[in-house]
Ligand binder design. Sequence first.
Ligand SMILES: [Zn+2]
Length: 181
Amino acid sequence: MGWIHEDSSSTHEAGFVAVFDDGTESRGQTAVDGVVHEIVGESGESRPSAEIVGWVLRCHCHSTFPAPSSWDDPDRWTRCPSESLEDLPRKRVFAPDDEIADITFRGDVVEAAQAVWMREHVLPHGCIDAIRRAATARRTAEDQLDEAVAVARRLGRSWTDIGRAAGMTRQSANERWRDRT
Ligand SMILES: [Zn+2]
């Protein structure tokens, strides 16, 4: 694929996948008699790149949790037949037959696609990931706190001292931990 975005717990790798009118996806490019073709089959079958009707914007995501997954822009990026119909914010891209192989390297197309990818996928994914990380950290901290209080009680420390250390009143500390220690 192409573009990489990494944050503390995830790696995203996104790019365009060319598609044909029957939904067949390209697996890569090749040349047949000097004409650019898309590889479409396991055993190297190919179709002329000029028959491409559009592109799927796709991300492969690797994060700590959940397991690796992927994301497709639900809107197909459409190939339009003339320059005057091109409208990148509406995901319409003009790609003449002799330039179609390079369309996903065109600066303004890449910029428009990356903006969608960040806004619709990477950022929403990241904020949920941040909640997961924080919730996991909180559970770990709660376990450590319970254990530390249990040790303090075994050593005979008072609820007043424990409460002060935990940032709460003697009464609250007693209520929270008396049945657990
Ligand atoms: Zn992703």
